[in-house]
Design a protein around this ligand. Structure first.
Ligand SMILES: CC(C)(COP(=O)(O)OP(=O)(O)OC[C@H]1O[C@@H](n2cnc3c(N)ncnc32)[C@H](O)[C@@H]1OP(=O)(O)O)[C@@H](O)C(=O)NCCC(=O)NCCSC(=O)C[C@H](O)C(=O)O
Ligand SMILES: [Mg+2]
Length: 290
């Protein structure tokens, strides 16, 4: 397991880069990552100033352990090229590109980042939020070593499918699973989409739990009030850590046999590997400092 794959991404908060107060506040929010937005959350008139603010923030080194990313405007928009060039030069941890639709687009994005002088540590994160992306998601996931993460854009996906936002998300589960399969096959991280109702804590926590059970690494968020819940739901619980330790101990006690039981359940090598991953994730979270 590489360090990058294990980097905690339980809570990744979007914020409009045009909102100076929010950019300042973010320095003390306990999220694992930030997406400084230049796209949907920023009005057309405010985009040039927002671009400058995001790039200044990314270059400032003032966001501590938080993984700092900039979401540029989409390919083909009037702002995209300038956003990508400026963000590349600023050197955030990643550049998030909305509505990525093909492997060719990934290759072209990486070439443009390199041409604009993006430092090696600046990765590409691709938003998966259209039907065409879902239908070609494995080739997108495998298009470049610089692509480190998928971010689900569930609002755009619901819109494009003519679907509806419903509890349990049945209309988009096949798409979410398809993207998860591709991310895991390619060995990259994947973040769940946002929960729009910032006042509905129960609904938000239920959706976090669902995302974690499906296999997402974390959730994208739109409000600071969602951070604590995501941090808790996407971290292994104390019980899960204890269970993982017990399972590994039972396996080691029965060394030599291909299968043992723990708490009455069959344990094989693959369960041991899952338990080791749980402990590695818990350790990576435990090592975080503010
Ligand atoms: C959703 C909001 C518009 C709500 O704003 P507001 O009503 O002002 O919230 P509060 O009054 O509760 O705010 C309390 C304080 O917290 C700060 N704040 C609020 N949101 C953020 C944030 N995201 N990051 C940092 N700080 C934040 C406020 O400034 C208040 O601070 P203070 O004044 O000091 O008390 C608002 O939360 C918001 O704008 N959220 C982000 C929206 C956004 O970025 N949208 C775009 C990304 S989502 C998307 O596009 C998904 C995808 O593409 C898809 O297709 O699904
Ligand atoms: Mg979107």
């Amino acid at each position: 397991m590489s360090a990058d794959v294990l980097r905690p991404r339980r809570s990744v908060l979007y914020m409009p880069s045009s909102n100076e107060r929010a950019l300042e506040k973010a320095k003390s929010i306990a999220c694992d990552g930030l997406i400084l937005d230049l796209e949907d959350a920023v009005a057309p008139d405010a985009k040039p100033a927002a671009r400058e603010a995001a790039c200044t923030a990314a270059a400032s080194g003032e966001y501590g352990r938080r993984e700092l990313t900039i979401r540029v405007n989409g390919i083909g928009t009037e702002w995209h090229d300038d956003d990508l060039a400026a963000a590349s030069a600023a050197g955030p941890d990643a550049i998030v590109v909305p509505k990525v639709n093909s492997a060719d687009e990934v290759v072209a994005l990486v070439a443009a980042m390199e041409e604009a002088g993006a430092p090696e540590h600046t990765r590409l994160w691709a938003m998966i939020e259209t039907p065409v992306a879902i239908l070609d998601v494995l080739s997108i996931a495998r298009a470049s070593d610089r692509l480190a993460c998928f971010v689900m854009g569930t609002n755009d996906l619901v819109k494009e499918l003519y679907a509806e936002h419903v509890p349990g998300r049945a209309p988009i589960l096949p798409s979410l699973h398809q993207a998860l399969l591709a991310a895991r096959a390619a060995g990259i991280a994947i973040l769940d989409g946002v929960y729009n109702d910032v006042k509905d804590t129960d609904g938000f926590l239920a959706e976090c739990r669902q995302g974690r059970e499906m296999g997402f690494d974390g959730k994208t968020l739109i409000h600071p009030g969602q951070v604590e819940g995501a941090n808790t739901e996407f971290a292994p619980s104390e019980a899960a850590v204890e269970d993982a330790r017990g399972l590994i101990a039972a396996w080691e006690d029965g060394k030599g046999s291909g299968v043992v039981t723990y708490n009455g359940k069959m344990v094989e090598n693959l369960h041991v590997e899952s338990a080791q991953r749980t402990l590695a994730v818990a350790d990576a979270i435990g090592a975080l400092q503010d």
